[in-house]
Design a protein around this ligand. Sequence first.
Ligand SMILES: *Cc1c(COP(=O)(O)O)cnc(C)c1O
Length: 432
Amino acid sequence: MICKNITKANGHIFFAGQDVTELAKQYGTPLYLMDEDKIRENCRIYTNAFKKHFGATSQPLFASKSCSFKRIYEIMTEEGMGIDVVSSGEMYTAKMAGFDLSHAYFHGSCKTDFDIAYGMENGIGHFVADNFEEIDGIEKEAAKRGIVQKVVLRLSPGVDPHTYEEVATGKVDSKFGTAIETGQAEELVLHTLQQKHIQLDGFHCHIGSQVFGEDIFERGAVIMLEFIADMYKKHGFKTAILDLGGGYGVPYVESDPVLDVDKKVSEVAAAVHAACARLGIEEPEIHMEPGRSIVADTGMTIYTVGSVKKITGYKNYVAIDGSMADHPRYALYKSKYTCLCANKADEECTMEADIVGRCCESGDIIQPAVMVPASIKRDDMIAVCTTGAYHYSMASNYNRLCKPPIVMLKGGNESYVAVARETFEDLCKCDR
Ligand SMILES: *Cc1c(COP(=O)(O)O)cnc(C)c1O
């Protein structure tokens, strides 16, 4: 199986030790399942690796955008994780869950005046400022409130995209951050240091997502540390925090590699230790922001088959009761997923079919060319694996479909509703 928490017994697929066909009967479909024990295990892999390789002050931050709802933030609090948020809405959700926002970092390449004020109102720990205008906005609001706001600057380290094709957000010409290569990052540092109501604590970079590639984090870290050494030499600025962003990949299909996070973190740490020694600088507090690698393999989506269409001589379709509205990543990125017939797990898969959703959209494909049992029919169950990241958080109400609930599984036999299924009333709640 693609992940250890997926097993098979009596012809059924089990997730986190529980029969998903039974859970589907109990809670209805489409259904998001999440494995609470696995979320905690993934958090601990990071918190332990960070303590071991970077020291006690370092911190992994959970990237909210991968999966944001109240219960997640309670778990993050209990596991001692910091968080990042990318909007006032994520901040609000974390606050409603009682998360201590002094351990939160506020990202985003276009924060509004409202966002800036809302962050300060709620005692956000740090703004991760993207650009000059944002610094000016933060200074203005902090002055008005008579506070000193802590900030880190998002920089783009310019890791060579030709060598590393999958790297998408750390390029010089990225929409995110301010470029080191062009000298604009240094200007932004000087501009920030001039502000009376801002305390500059350090720097942030995020190189890309679903990254497996060799030494991308190490290369990013070294470029950032060289910049940090430069800022110390030229301007006497001492960097307290270096945040290396998120992005470790997870396997979605059998052919994807499996990353050993502890080993990866140890390699980044070795590169950081070596670069700091070579550059003669004090090692900053290191942060990273895993999202996908904390929650992706803790999720599974369950659907019920509505029809099986065999177009003789052409192709087969298995239509299910969900859609791109709850499973957007195939439509967006052609992302690969592992799909299983949850109630016929012992049957041989001899028929190829596209698993498609119920939206009025030809592009509404869950996954093309999936091998399924030839007997598949209406009321059978399809389980899509590894859907814990960027599914619920990206879900929409396209076609006025209600978002599925999130049911948490724990201890091998307990389950509870963490997010309720949307109702028709919810759909019209804002309509006037
Ligand atoms: C998306 C994002 C992350 C998380 O990335 P994953 O691939 O989910 O680990 C972390 N930091 C920033 C700034 C991001 O934009």
